[in-house]
Write a new protein. Structure first.
Length: 379
């Protein structure tokens, strides 16, 4: 069924435009044109009352939501509940993220994501395996007891997803470059993170096919004058992408402004690193045997270690505008077009003919009014 969306400030490649209608047929955008031209086609219009119409948000790092932690329940039902929680905040595509775990939990998580995509659970784009091939020196909230070098069985498992994208966060000092090269050649997206690597080790991983950096600045060697470290490799490399958690706790706004100045436009994107409280009712949850408390938007263990975030993607966009000084249009691109490009999803993250009809309707305060996935309203 064709639908015409009109009277909105539509985010196009030129920025926000008025007077542009968006014609949708089923789950696809089929035309962008002056409203009067599209109205002449006899399609019933939907008046959006001057709100912002932007592409759906793509989140590459979602540990949980709706009071569900993917590690605690790697099932199709849990994935659906997590996705529903994030739809409320404009996320139309996400990677359920598994923190470092044993091989059986990894297998269950990959199988659940495969089945979720096959069953059409809205918004599931693949899986993010954050570990377990990480460095104990930069473990963050991960259980270092689960860290290990990849075995042949685990390499095959990481490459086993049948549907969607697989993102693997790894520490270069813990994974041989030939394994990085193999994973990349087989379609996995290797990302550097939770690493105490030197600049040279990070550079070698990039040369072997690593495509990006997981939560830039956090859990990685900082940039120094004589040892640029992982952060230096990230900021210097023109081809890689960097995810950032902009919740006011993980990264200082000035550090992000420096990164934005160093990297080419489009190579830094927003992630939430969201935990169960996002879209949920509880501020406390269990990660393995550890209790995590969320207060004033900050999720941490009893000793103060940050444990993911209580951030949703709409809030991350507002923070990008308010804390960093980016325009609303650029902040939205950091949550939509740029992560879609990183994942190689050319039909996501943009309002353009041929793209999926994944939309978010935003008010003047950039709060979410509606979320559409594949032409259907979900929140």
């Amino acid at each position: 069924m064709k639908r015409l969306l009109r009277n909105a400030r539509v985010l196009t490649g030129s920025g926000f435009e008025r007077g542009i209608g968006v014609l949708v047929d089923g789950d696809r955008i089929i035309a962008l044109a002056p409203e009067n031209d599209l109205a002449a086609r006899g399609v019933e219009p939907r008046d959006l009352e001057g709100a912002y119409l932007v592409p759906g948000f793509v989140d590459c790092q979602v540990n949980g939501g709706g009071d569900v932690l993917f590690n605690g329940d790697p099932s199709v039902e849990a994935i659906a509940r997590i996705a529903r929680a994030h739809h409320r905040f404009g996320t139309t595509g996400l990677l359920p993220t598994l923190l470092s775990s044993d091989i059986e939990t990894m297998r269950a998580a990959i199988d659940a994501v495969d089945r979720a995509i096959a069953q059409g659970v809205p918004g599931v784009l693949g899986i993010h395996l954050e570990g377990p091939f990480l460095a104990a020196a930069r473990k963050g909230v991960h259980d270092a007891g689960a860290f290990r070098a990849p075995s042949r069985e685990e390499i095959e498992l990481v490459c086993s997803l049948k549907h969607g994208r697989t993102l693997l966060t790894f520490a270069p000092e813990c994974v041989p470059v030939e394994v990085v090269r193999e994973l990349s050649a087989r379609g996995v997206i290797p990302c550097i993170g939770h690493s105490g690597a030197s600049y040279a080790q990070a550079r070698a991983a990039l040369d072997a096919g690593a495509r990006g950096f997981t939560h830039l600045f956090n859990a990685m060697t900082p940039m120094g004058s004589r040892e640029p470290g992982v952060v230096g490799a990230a900021l210097e490399d023109p081809a890689s992408w960097c995810g950032v958690i902009l919740d006011g706790f993980h990264v200082h706004p000035a550090a992000l402004r420096v990164a934005l100045s160093a990297k080419a436009r489009g190579r830094i994107f927003l992630v939430t690193d969201a935990m169960p409280p996002v879209g949920g009712a509880n501020t406390r949850f269990e990660l393995g045997e550890r209790a995590i408390e969320c207060h004033d938007g900050r999720c941490a263990t009893a000793d103060g270690t940050l444990a993911g975030s209580a951030l949703d993607m709409a809030a991350a966009i507002r923070n990008t505008v308010d804390m960093v000084g980016e325009s609303p249009a650029e902040a939205v691109r950091m949550a939509s077009a740029y992560p879609a490009d990183f994942l190689g999803l050319n039909d996501h993250g943009r309002i353009a003919p041929g793209c999926r009809a994944d939309f978010v309707l935003l008010g003047d305060d950039l709060d979410v009014r509606e979320t559409w996935i594949g032409g259907e309203r979900f929140a």
